[in-house]
Design a protein around this ligand. Structure first.
Ligand SMILES: [Zn+2]
Length: 349
């Protein structure tokens, strides 16, 4: 009896050791099934959570067969490849998330999708590196890197280092491995555009660029009569254009009215065709409205500031409909980032 007990104990110790070995090998070499993965999930507002541990999803093969349609099963569970140019998501261009068809883990975001002409949906990077597992794939006489869902281990496709994108990578994914979810996409803000002229555009751009709620700024020429004007032509004073700044902003964060106030407060609207040391019609003060609502608001703010006796002289600011905005030469864009900008910016008071 004692011998039997000793043998049983030895067997269980050996079994325990074997299990531990297998687990270690799995962890270190990626051969055995991992028990846990660190992944990032999607919140209801379409953002990724911090990485957190989840149990790896394991199912019996028969359950996978029941859960997946045969073509999906072949790709996801047998590392199959769908026919090139056959996938529904190849042409999907909407904003949204591409999630694992088998377990819904977010894998790729629409902004990393690009047209690789290879016949399968292609991405420059995963939305979260935690959510993708890689494995060397020597099948088909090739050496490739297979990509798998980190939570359910389903086959997605391969990653290649021939991407034309900034990452240099091309995640080539079977459409059948993915589902597209437009609903969870975090939508870009609704934007509006304002155009102002207030003298030398270098300083005016800086003012708006640094204003919270402004999404982008561009310097250029507008309000004149020549097409594709150059800086030299505009400075010559014969094009009729004013140096201006086009301001794209998020109306939920900064209103048009607020931008108009800023515009009036940051320059002297009482000096005709001049601003600080600069003279000429290209340095005139102007609001170029894009709709009647903008016109109304610009007039209201001007009148309000005049009523408050903000300036002792009359305001000469033009409030005119916007016409073509001609983008200035590249070297003028964001000039203030590389040069000290000292042109004008008087208080106007
Ligand atoms: Zn999955």
């Amino acid at each position: 009896m004692r011998i039997l007990l000793a043998v049983a104990a030895l067997v269980s110790v050996v079994a325990l050791w074997a299990r531990q070995e297998a687990r270690l090998k799995g962890a270190v070499f990626g051969r055995g099934p991992a028990q846990e993965a660190q992944v990032r999930e999607l919140t209801e507002s379409g953002e990724l959570t911090a990485p957190s541990p989840v149990k790896v999803l394991t199912r019996d093969d028969s359950d996978w067969r029941k859960a997946l349609k045969p073509d999906r099963y072949h790709v996801l569970r047998e590392a199959g490849t769908e026919r090139p140019f056959s996938g529904e998501l190849l042409v999907e261009k909407r904003d949204g998330w591409f999630v694992c068809h088998a377990c819904r883990l977010p894998l790729f975001k629409s902004d990393s999708k690009f047209d690789s002409h290879c016949g399968w949906p292609s991405f420059s990077e995963p939305s979260a590196f935690e959510n993708i597992r890689t494995r060397r794939d020597l099948s088909g006489g090739m050496v490739r890197t297979e990509i798998l869902c980190a939570r359910c281990g389903s086959h997605l496709g391969h990653v290649f280092d021939d991407g034309p994108t900034a990452t240099g990578l091309r995640y080539c994914v079977n459409s059948l491995s993915l589902d597209f979810n437009a609903g969870l996409a975090k939508m870009p803000p609704k934007t509006d555009t304002a155009i102002f002229a207030a003298g030398c555009f270098w300083g005016v751009e800086k003012l708006f660029y640094e204003t919270p709620g402004v999404l982008s700024t561009t310097v250029g020429y507008t309000g004149g009569h020549t097409e594709h004007p150059s800086y030299k032509q505009v400075c010559g004073g014969n094009t009729g254009h004013a140096e201006a700044v086009e301001v794209v902003f998020d109306p939920a964060r900064v209103t048009y009215t607020k931008l108009v106030e800023l515009f009036f407060e940051a320059h002297d609207p009482t000096t005709l065709n001049a601003q600080g040391p600069d003279y000429g019609t290209q340095y005139r003060s102007g609001v170029f409205y894009r709709d009647q609502q903008q016109r109304k608001q610009a007039v209201e703010i001007r009148d309000k500031l005049v009523a408050k006796k903000m300036w002792s002289d009359s305001v000469v600011t033009e409030i005119t409909p916007a016409s073509t905005f001609w983008k200035a030469e590249d070297y003028h864009q964001k000039w203030f980032l590389t040069h000290p900008v000292t042109c004008h910016r008087p208080t106007g008071k």
